[in-house]
Design a protein around this ligand. Structure first.
Ligand code: SF4
Ligand code: SF4
Length: 245
């Protein structure tokens, strides 16, 4: 799911903010600004998800990631939207002390809509889903803009954890489903919003393999939960057929 809108100017703004507290590798900085023209995709199937790892051909280096929490909680401080699956709605209704799901949705959720891009930047899916408000008075025009999430505590923890929305377990991966040979296939890549200091370069994929193995399960489960949500009319996805390369 999109973390927030990623126009070049918003990514630049996010990176400038991030650089005040973190040292960002200049190659990764340029990559996120779209200034590298030598990036190719290394595809890697891990369990039931195909990961697309950006690779810098000049240096022959992979762009990898590890989470720096608890030293960092920037993704919660600059949260773009929190789409809810049916599973999320069930557990967060209870977690927030509501008896009726309808009351939870009326008070705590709103509808958001956005596009998902594939690894080449083509629009792959168009979404419309109920989303958890990141602040109590969240308005429609704030959808996709970075807001500090109301569930983030002073010490960088999440008040909803471990019942936080499924999408919170995915960042900084973006994932999507392509219909290939009439079957849904889950893909994932990094979303470069400029908010995450956890990216690094390496000449080997070894270090990230345990991360991909863990996230493969989470990403697959999440995408199936989104499909169930749409099937039950709690959301809408328009699949856009893949553009031939
Ligand atoms: S911004 Fe990146 S490093 Fe920081 S907590 Fe989020 S995922 Fe982890
Ligand atoms: S719900 Fe929790 S994990 Fe998700 S953005 Fe808010 S504070 Fe972060």
């Amino acid at each position: 799911m999109a973390k927030h809108n990623c126009s070049p100017s918003s990514v630049r703004e996010s990176l400038e903010l991030l650089s005040k507290n973190w040292s960002i590798d200049p190659q990764i900085y340029d990559l996120q600004l779209g200034k590298r023209n030598d990036v190719y995709d290394t595809s890697l199937r891990v369990d039931r998800v195909t990961f697309h790892i950006p690779t810098l051909s000049r240096e022959n280096l992979f762009v990898l990631w590890k989470c720096l929490w608890p030293d960092c909680h920037n993704c919660c401080d600059r949260q773009g939207r929190l789409p809810l699956t049916m599973d999320d709605i069930h557990v967060i209704t209870r977690k927030m002390g509501y008896t009726l799901q309808s009351d939870f949705l009326k008070n705590e959720a709103r509808i958001s809509s956005w596009n998902e891009n594939d690894e080449k930047g083509n629009v792959s899916n168009l979404f419309s889903m109920l989303s958890l408000k990141r602040k109590q008075d969240e308005s429609e025009d704030e959808d996709g803009t970075p807001v500090s999430c109301r569930f983030l505590t002073q010490d960088g923890a999440c008040e909803l954890h471990p019942e936080k929305p499924g999408v919170c377990w995915l960042y900084p991966f973006a994932s999507w489903i392509n219909i290939e040979n009439n079957l849904p296939v889950v893909h994932a890549t990094f979303q470069f919003t400029g908010d995450c200091p956890g990216f690094y370069l390496s000449d080997s994929l070894d270090q990230i393999m345990p991360v991909l193995e863990e996230y493969s399960k989470t990403i697959y489960k999440y995408n199936m939960a989104v499909r169930r949500t749409v099937r039950n009319s709690y959301g809408l996805i328009n699949f856009v057929s893949s553009t031939p390369s």
